[in-house]
Design a protein around this ligand. Structure first.
Ligand SMILES: Nc1ncnc2c1ncn2[C@@H]1O[C@H](COP(=O)(O)OP(=O)(O)OP(=O)(O)O)[C@@H](O)[C@H]1O
Length: 598
């Protein structure tokens, strides 16, 4: 009983190593002969390397048998070999022979093997020099096989995967198993099934142990959920070499319109990290020197190529980062005052657009060269919050209400703490998060959102400037990307090239700004009713005054909102009441003034 259990255990171990157990029992039913097991094990383990010898042996055996039994078959064998050669040469890519050299090699091997088999079938193996031809030709043809990089990688992967049960046991993932594996340009990836109760978080926590067990370099293993999002599956990616080891030059703009997703740089699997910015706000975070400004350059290179996006930018580092793009930027603020005014104007634009849309019976602003989106880029957002804290209300408004009217806010900062982001909801409104390297693990959650560190978004392990993690509605797995690098020369060339494409603000936004400015001048002469207001009564008075002072074509709802500080529903309700009671009239869509007898 004890002995049979031992044998079973031994057989299990062999299977775990990808071997079929060969059990040789002597008359006394003793344990398997170790030498034979070792030889069989080696012949199986090195089957890929030994494949040329196995093939040569099979050819010799087959040829000898055929010569004795069917020596007249040789023309048939030759025809089959010729047809097979042509099929491999012409359609080999469908069989996984991707490179022409691989197809050529397969065709030569099949033709040589088939030709030799036909000759031996007709003449017999003793006919000179057939045996020498097999040995010489076999060795010659075996050399490319032994040297083939993809074959060697595949063998290595097969061995690692065969050893997975042992690895799983030693890293604490006992019961997990490999479902499929592929070798790719950078290494290999495999899909795994987890044992009952294990989660992807368990795997993520064991990444260093897996790296050690697989014998890879540190940082070579990545863990992702599978595409079907099953909780008991995961994908393991093992890199032989870091695909992001070198800086990747910017290939030029990937978009011509803001409605297209912008390519920030390649992920590790060589797919593009494309992200849409229309009707979204973006937060870019990372320590000093992690590549935030480089990331902004990639965005600028693309946004400046969009004929349907106007760019406003705030760079309180005296324009150091963004000034090279000045020819493509519609408005650049480099002082706190300019930034304050710009953000206030952005809110005016936003409200003007909202009102215009309402008047048109439309819900969203569809960008076009005549009616472009407005993108506001703020480099070092923390400085804005420090130097122009009064602008917080405006950034908040833009973040909350900018989407429908295509006003986008892109903020870059080292650590987006509540203090750095100003009070309000700006951070929580950021739909796209680009996280470069952070120093402290907890900063991952700060930039990417609560719980992201635990979910495997390890931005603290990014090890070179420009490497980033991208979180967006269409990017929900922690894939590492590397932003393209724009040299100074590339920035100048792109800025010069794109300057001619830049659209101006649309007529709706321009009118809203003009109107807003005249109100602002009025408000500067008389004390601002909005600032003086505190309660409902004051808001009511401000509304009355605003309607009284309205021009013939009426005052827009956007400005009434600004002047009264009322919420939109309250303002509409009050305007309705005033119109019904004859104290105000609606002059046009969304425009009101006091009635003449009021
Ligand atoms: N995508 C990239 N690929 C390769 N190198 C990069 C990349 N982005 C940035 N770098 C290198 O890293 C350096 C610092 O980058 P960058 O100025 O963008 O960092 P930062 O996060 O904006 O820093 P700071 O907060 O101090 O402005 C650059 O001078 C550049 O050499």
């Amino acid at each position: 009983m004890n002995r049979s259990r031992k044998i079973q255990r031994h057989a299990r171990k062999l299977r775990r190593n990808g071997l079929q157990p060969v059990v040789i029992l002597d008359r006394d039913d003793r344990l398997p002969d170790v030498a034979v097991v070792l030889i069989v094990r080696a012949l199986w383990r090195y089957r890929s390397e030994l494949a040329p010898f196995y093939s040569g042996f099979m050819l010799a055996l087959g040829g000898t048998v055929l010569h004795i039994t069917h020596s007249k078959w040789w023309p048939c064998l030759l025809s089959v070999a010729t047809v097979a050669t042509w099929i491999l040469a012409l359609f080999g890519n469908r069989l996984g022979l991707v490179l022409p050299s691989e197809r050529l090699y397969a065709a030569v091997v099949v033709m040589s093997g088939g030709g030799w088999l036909a000759a031996v079938t007709a003449l017999g193996i003793a006919f000179s020099p057939l045996l020498w031809a097999l040995v010489g030709g076999g060795v010659l043809l075996a050399i490319p096989w032994w040297l083939h990089r993809r074959r060697r990688s595949k063998v290595r992967v097969d061995r690692q995967i065969a050893a997975w049960p042992d690895i799983a046991e030693s890293v604490g993932l006992r019961g997990s198993r490999v479902q499929s594996a592929v070798v790719d340009v950078w290494g290999w990836r495999a899909r795994f099934a987890l044992a009952r109760g294990q989660t992807i978080q368990d795997v993520t926590a064991r990444v260093p142990a897996i790296e050690s067990a697989l014998g890879t370099f540190r940082g070579a293993v990545r863990v992702f959920p599978t595409r079907d999002a099953k909780a008991n599956r995961f994908e393991l990616r093992v890199l032989d070499a870091d695909p992001h080891a070198e800086a990747i030059p910017w290939p030029g703009a990937s978009v011509a319109s803001i409605v297209e997703p912008i390519d920030l740089g390649p992920f590790e699997d060589a797919s593009s990290a494309r992200v849409l910015l229309l009707r979204r706000h973006a937060l870019i975070g990372g320590v000093a020197g992690s590549g935030k400004s480089g990331g902004i350059n990639v965005l600028m290179g693309n946004l400046s190529a969009c004929r349907d996006a106007v760019i406003w930018a705030i760079d309180l580092k005296r324009g150091m980062e963004l000034r090279p793009w000045a020819s493509c930027i519609d408005r650049l603020a480099t002082t706190p005052d300019q930034a304050r005014m710009m953000l206030r104007d952005a809110v005016v634009v936003l409200e003007g657009r909202a009102q215009w849309l309402a008047a048109q019976g439309r819900r969203v602003w569809d960008p076009s060269p005549d009616y472009p989106a407005l993108v506001i880029i703020v480099d070092e957002y923390a400085e804005l919050a420090d130097d122009a804290p009064e602008a917080a209300g405006d950034t908040d408004s833009i973040a909350r209400r900018g989407r429908a009217v295509a006003v986008t806010l892109i903020a870059a900062t080292q650590r987006p703490t509540q203090k750095a982001m100003g009070k309000g909801a700006v951070r929580s409104q950021m739909d796209v998060r680009i996280c470069f390297r952070v120093r402290e693990r907890r900063d991952v959650d700060l930039i990417l959102g609560q719980g992201m560190l635990g979910a495997g978004w390890h931005a603290h392990t990014l090890d070179a400037p420009g490497k980033f993690l991208l979180s967006a509605p269409e990017h929900d797995t922690p894939q590492r990307g590397r932003a393209y690098l724009l040299t100074d020369a590339a920035v100048s060339a792109a800025a010069e090239h794109h300057a001619a494409l830049r659209p101006g603000l649309d007529v709706v936004s321009r009118e809203a700004l003009e109107e807003g400015r005249s109100k602002f001048v009025d408000a500067a002469v008389a004390p601002s009713p909005r600032r003086a207001l505190s309660g409902d009564e004051h808001a009511e008075t401000a509304l009355g005054e605003a309607l009284e002072g309205a021009p013939i074509e009426g005052t827009s709802v956007a400005h009434l909102l600004m002047l009264t500080g009322m919420s939109r529903p309250t303002l509409y309700r009050r305007l309705n009441d005033l119109v019904k009671s004859g104290r105000a009239v609606q002059v046009g869509r969304g425009r009101y003034k006091a009635s003449d007898h009021a």
